[in-house]
Design a protein around this ligand. Structure first.
Ligand code: SF4
Ligand code: SF4
Ligand code: SF4
Length: 210
């Protein structure tokens, strides 16, 4: 990393922490709760209330994302205004395909996005299948989600009747399946998680490697 980038990040981080803290106090007092649209956070995001308080709204993660999957919440986001999120149906997280690390986490200057040991440790959310609409569940052969999934045969498997099933333990919530689904609207949607267990896991990992 160049000195210029480092200096810029430090300045942004310092300024952002102050602004973010002020914004957080103001937002928590005056704004409505985050809307449903702001539901999926970048990989490594800590539990939502903590995320809202430590994310400085610096947008460095948004700038760093290779597929430009992340957006910043607008005024309708309530307490989440200015925070990063993504909508998989529009642009999904490719877990930084071709890179050794997850760029949003690398870029984050605060503890809003915590490092993870491997991409498969990401827990953005969990994909859910609408079995009333999904082709594979309604008699039409389809494996679009399986082809898109970075962990085929782990996160998405097919049962003996050719129906797609998500393994909640293996699904990272990247949304590549939601993006690829051939039905309109999509038959597979990533639902937001409780991120508390991931944060606990991260702290445990950090402690054991220290
Ligand atoms: S892991 Fe990579 S592709 Fe996914 S949101 Fe972060 S920067 Fe974007
Ligand atoms: S998650 Fe991190 S990098 Fe992204 S806007 Fe918040 S503080 Fe900045
Ligand atoms: S099932 Fe969907 S959200 Fe889960 S890992 Fe596979 S592509 Fe990503």
């Amino acid at each position: 990393m160049t000195e210029t980038k480092t200096t810029r990040r430090n300045l942004l981080a310092t300024a952002g922490i102050a602004v973010g803290s002020w914004l957080g106090d103001f937002a928590l007092a005056a704004a409505p709760r985050p809307t449903e649209a702001v539901r999926l956070r970048p990989p490594g995001a800590v539990e939502e209330n903590r995320f809202l308080s430590v994310c400085t709204r610096c947008a460095l993660c948004v700038e760093a994302c290779p597929p430009q999957a992340l957006s910043l919440a607008g005024p309708a986001g309530g307490t989440a205004v200015g925070t990063p999120f993504f909508r998989p149906r529009e642009t999904s997280c490719d877990l930084c395909s071709g890179y050794d690390t997850l760029k949003c986490i690398d870029a984050c200057p605060t503890e809003a996005l915590l490092p993870l040991a491997r991409p498969r440790d990401v827990r953005i959310g969990t994909a859910r299948i609408d079995t009333e609409r999904c082709f594979a569940w309604t008699g039409v052969s389809c494996r679009a989600c399986w082809h898109a999934c970075p962990f085929p045969n782990e996160a998405i498997v097919f049962d003996l009747r050719g129906r797609a099933v998500v393994d909640e333990e293996a699904c990272v919530g990247c949304g590549l399946c939601e993006h690829a689904c051939l039905t309109e609207p999509t038959s597979i949607v990533v639902e937001a998680p409780s991120r508390a267990p991931a944060a606990v896991t991260q702290r445990a990992t950090t402690a054991s490697s220290a």
